[in-house]
Design a binder for this molecule. Sequence first.
Ligand SMILES: C[S@@+](CC[C@H](N)C(=O)[O-])C[C@H]1O[C@@H](n2cnc3c(N)ncnc32)[C@H](O)[C@@H]1O
Length: 250
Amino acid sequence: MEQIKSHNLNWDHYAHGYSSDIESQMDDFHRNAWVKLFSEYMDKNLPLDILDVGTGPGFFPMILGEQGHRVTGIDFSASMLREAEKNTKKRAVSCTLLQMDAAQLSFSDASFDFVVCRNMAYSLAEPELAYSEWIRVLRQNGTLLVFDANWFHFLFDTEEKAKIDEFLEDYHAQVGKVHETYEKERELFFDHISIRPLSRVKRPDWDCSFLESLGANVTLDSTVGNRVHTSLEVYTHTPTPLFLIEAIKK
Ligand SMILES: C[S@@+](CC[C@H](N)C(=O)[O-])C[C@H]1O[C@@H](n2cnc3c(N)ncnc32)[C@H](O)[C@@H]1O
C-alpha cells in the first residue's frame, strides 16, 4: 500500500518510533489506565462495533480488541498500518485494519456503536468534513470519543505561546535542554502542522460547538489526562492538557 497522496504530512516517517512507544505503553501503566477509562463508556458484556480513526500502530485496537469488541482501525499511512498489523498479531488480537482517509470513510451510515480517535484530530486537513463523517457512521445513540489537545495553537496565539515559554523555562531548569536533533525534527513537524485548520482555533471549544451544530449531545472532560498519563506526562502536558470530547449522536 502506498501513502495516500493528497496529504503532505509524512506520517510514515514516524511509524517505527511511534510503534516502539505504543509497545511500551501496552506493557506499562497506560494499558490498564485506558482499559479502565473505556470501561466507563462501553458495556463490557456486548461486543461493540468500534472505529478507531487514525489508529497509528494500533493501540486502541489492541486495548479494545482484547476486551472482545469488533474493532476497525483506519489510517492513511501504510507504514503505521504495518506496525498496527505487527502489534495486533503479536498479541493475537483480531481486528480489521484499513488504509483510508479520516475525512472520506467508505463505511455505510450507522455502521458503528463507537468512533474513537486519539491525538489525531489536530492534524486534520478538513476537520468539518471528518467530524461529519464520524457522526454519519455512528448508529443512533452511538458515541464519538475524541482525545486530543490544542497542541499547536501556540504558533498563532500569544497567550498560549507565553504558557509554552513559561513551561519550557521550568522544564529546562528541571530536566535540561532538549536535544538539538529533536528540536530540528519539531521544527519540520511544525512547518507541516501550522497549516492545519485546527492549529488556528481555540480548542476544544471549536470542536464542541461544531459537533453540537451536527446535532450531537456533547460533554467535555478537560482533566482526562490525570487518569491516563503518568505524573511526568501530566507535567509535560501542562500547557497543552489532554481533553476528551464525548459526542452522542441523537
Ligand atoms: C499521532 S498519531 C496517533 C496514533 C494513534 N491514534 C495513537 O494515539 O496511538 C496520528 C495518526 O493519525 C494518522 N492520520 C492523520 N491524519 C489522518 C487522516 N486524515 N486519515 C487517516 N489517518 C490519519 C497518522 O497517519 C497517524 O498514524
